[in-house]
Structure formats: structure tokens, C-alpha cells
Design a protein. Structure first.
Length: 243
């Protein structure tokens, strides 16, 4: 017979936090809402559409669903957590629908959507009374959203491959741009015309570039390369695309 595993934080708090009662229900909801609010504030501070209220609601719904499953499992001996499973599937659908593709073929909202889904799972662990897993998972998620982006930007800016959104004043200058790119020690992997800018008066492209020059790899960042390309007379606008 397997020995039941007691959550360390629950063991510290006492038996009331392990059982389903008015105090444990309040504690789990407050824990879920509090942690989700911190994640939501982090997203709102960066002007993402899914912010404070969205994260709180998803986490709260997941916590309530898990507590209901635990209660039903105790009273009705139902083993499969049906309600919480449906809730996390619903939050996954909401997360997928929050991903957008901009006119510049850029994916927007992907990190927020995954964070929303992860916050729902943290809500499930809070509702199940696994406080240690909840707290550790919360800090892992918060660090991923708050501290890793700067390191990710550094890695991307030092990568040999990047993609740019290019606006030329006329399509006749595309060959000039390709020639300049090659002279700089860069290789064009792909050029795709962007149909979203038809009739705008500009020729707009998505260009995948590889840094093939050893000198550029050593000293130049994407930002510096793009700044140099922006000085070309026939380039109306150019910027790196974020994926």
C-alpha cells in the first residue's frame, strides 16, 4: 500500500490546509489569485492584451475546478478529474486564440498565451492543495517572463540568422538591396513579398538573412547591421522581425 505524500508547506501549515474546509478553500483561492495577480501585473506592465484580470480569472477558475474535483472525488469516489481537465483545455483554447499574426507576418501574443495556460495549471495545483509545487512553479513562471527576455534578446542579437521587415520606395530597388547585402558579407536565404501592403505605394518584403562574414559575426549585432541598411536612400523602413 502506497504511503500518501504530504505537501511540505501543507504539513507546516497543519491538517486544516490538507482537508477541504472553509479555511483551506479561502487559502487556496487567495493563493491562486495573489500569484496570478503578480503574473498579470508583469504582463500588463509590458502592455500585453491579456493582463491582470485575465490571469486572475483563468487561475481562479482552474483553482475552483480542481477543488470541485477533489470534493467530488472524496464524496462520490470519482477518480478522473473531469472538471479540471475541461477547464485546462478551455484555457488552452483561450490561449491559442490570443495569438495574433500582424501585417508584418510577426507572431504576437505567443508568450502571453503560453503564460496564461501555465497560470491555469498553477491554479490547478493550488486547488489540489499542492502548495509547494504551486509556489515553486509560480517563481519559475515569473522568472521566465521577467528575467529571461533580456537574455533571449541578447542571444537573438548575436545569432547568425535573423529576419527583417523591409520597405522599399520601389520594387526596382530590390536588386540594389540584394547587391548591397552581399557586399556587406550577408547572405539572403529567402525573400517574400508582403501582400498586406498592396496599393500602399511601397514595396514590402520579409527577408531572411544569414551573417556569412567572419568579421561581421565577430563585431556586428543585428541592430548595427539594420541601422547601416536604413541609411540606404531607397530603403523607406527596415526593422528586425520578432518571432
Amino acid at each position: 500500500m502506497n504511503t500518501p505524500v504530504i505537501d511540505p508547506i501543507a504539513a507546516f501549515l497543519g491538517q486544516w490546509s490538507i482537508n477541504i474546509n472553509i479555511w483551506s478553500i479561502l487559502f487556496r483561492i487567495l493563493l491562486s489569485v495573489g500569484l496570478a495577480a503578480i503574473i498579470g501585473c508583469e504582463r500588463s506592465s509590458k502592455r500585453h492584451s491579456a493582463g491582470l484580470r485575465t490571469f486572475i480569472l483563468v487561475s481562479l477558475a482552474s483553482t475552483i475546478a480542481m477543488m470541485l474535483d477533489v470534493f467530488i472525488g472524496i464524496s462520490e469516489t470519482v477518480e478522473f478529474p473531469l472538471i479540471s481537465a475541461a477547464t485546462i483545455i478551455a484555457s488552452a483554447i483561450i490561449s491559442v486564440n490570443s495569438v495574433l499574426f500582424s501585417s508584418r507576418n510577426q507572431i504576437k501574443g505567443l508568450t502571453t498565451s503560453v503564460g496564461l495556460w501555465a497560470c491555469g495549471i498553477i491554479g490547478l495545483t493550488a486547488g489540489a492543495g499542492y502548495y509547494t509545487v504551486t509556489v515553486i512553479s509560480f517563481f519559475a513562471l515569473l522568472c521566465s517572463l521577467s528575467f529571461f527576455p533580456a537574455f533571449e534578446v541578447y542571444l537573438k542579437n548575436r545569432s547568425n540568422h535573423f529576419e527583417v521587415h523591409l520597405e522599399l520606395i520601389s520594387s526596382t530597388y530590390l536588386q540594389n538591396f540584394v547587391t548591397t547585402i552581399r557586399r556587406l558579407g550577408l547572405t539572403i536565404d529567402d525573400i517574400e513579398s508582403n501582400p498586406a501592403y498592396v496599393n500602399s505605394g511601397l514595396s514590402v518584403y520579409s527577408v531572411a538573412i544569414t551573417i556569412s562574414s567572419a568579421e561581421l559575426k565577430k563585431y556586428k549585432t543585428h541592430k548595427e547591421i539594420i541601422a547601416a541598411l536604413q541609411t540606404l536612400d531607397y530603403v523607406y523602413h527596415i526593422e528586425e522581425m520578432q518571432r
